[in-house]
Write a protein that binds this ligand. Structure first.
Ligand code: MG
Length: 223
């Protein structure tokens, strides 16, 4: 079983990790060079297993496969209690807190899977593919959509964006997910990445921030 921790020190068992892809228009643009980026009409959802979790300060183990492993910095939201079929208005009351997460992605494996119409599960769900900060109470995060997301690799700024750029915001995502999945305490939602994704290699140190709410760091080793 994997655990996350709140800033007040409470340990929470991790349930499902539900992730939104393609949630910032300028990241959609960088993934589709030469095309006019179009916002999806509803959230693109994929999952990671709870065994993918690494807490801040830990190690990202890059699987021994060809191709690149990319960093994606994201706002994450943690579910506080069991929920099903929530309205967008109700959904806010089911968010325990927010933090910053890294959605590690085996980009070339993902591209091959996409092209073949196959699932991305390995490319997104491998061990150590979900790095998470400690979680700040939702009540202390006054403006979750006015926060700067920034990510550095070896002290060089690689990703920078505002949570205001999210196409689908957390209440909509939580309500949408609750139509299909029973949400439970400890489920984590990754909400998509701003532009600037790129490769991580053996020995890299990666650090990211969600405004003044949360920070996460990890180092990369080859598996
Ligand atoms: Mg992502």
């Amino acid at each position: 079983m994997s655990f996350i921790q709140t800033k007040s020190g409470e340990q929470i068992a991790v349930g499902k990790i539900l992730c939104v892809g393609a949630n910032y228009l300028d990241h959609i643009a960088e993934m589709n060079p030469g095309k006019t980026p179009a916002a999806p009409s509803e959230p693109v959802i994929f999952m990671k297993p709870s065994s993918a979790i690494v807490r801040t300060g830990g190690v990202i183990v890059r699987p021994d496969v060809p191709g690149e492993m990319h960093h994606e910095v994201e706002l994450i939201a943690v579910i506080s209690k069991r929920a099903k079929n929530l309205s967008e208005k109700e959904a806010v009351g089911y968010v325990l807190g927010y933090g910053v997460g890294l959605d590690l992605t085996l980009r070339d494996l993902q591209a091959t899977a996409k092209k073949a119409g196959r699932p991305w599960t390995i490319a997104k769900g491998f061990d150590t593919s979900a790095v998470v900060s400690d979680i700040e109470d939702a009540g202390k995060v006054v403006r979750p959509y006015e926060l700067e997301l920034r990510l550095w690799v070896n002290d060089s700024l690689k990703q920078k964006g505002s949570t205001g750029g999210m196409i689908f915001k957390v209440p909509f995502i939580v309500a949408f997910l609750s139509k299909f999945f029973t949400l439970e305490r400890g489920d984590i939602i990754y909400t998509g990445t701003p532009p600037g994704v790129g490769p991580l290699v053996d020995g890299d140190r990666v650090r990211a921030e969600l405004g003044d709410v949360a920070t996460v760091e990890a180092r990369v080793v080859n598996g």
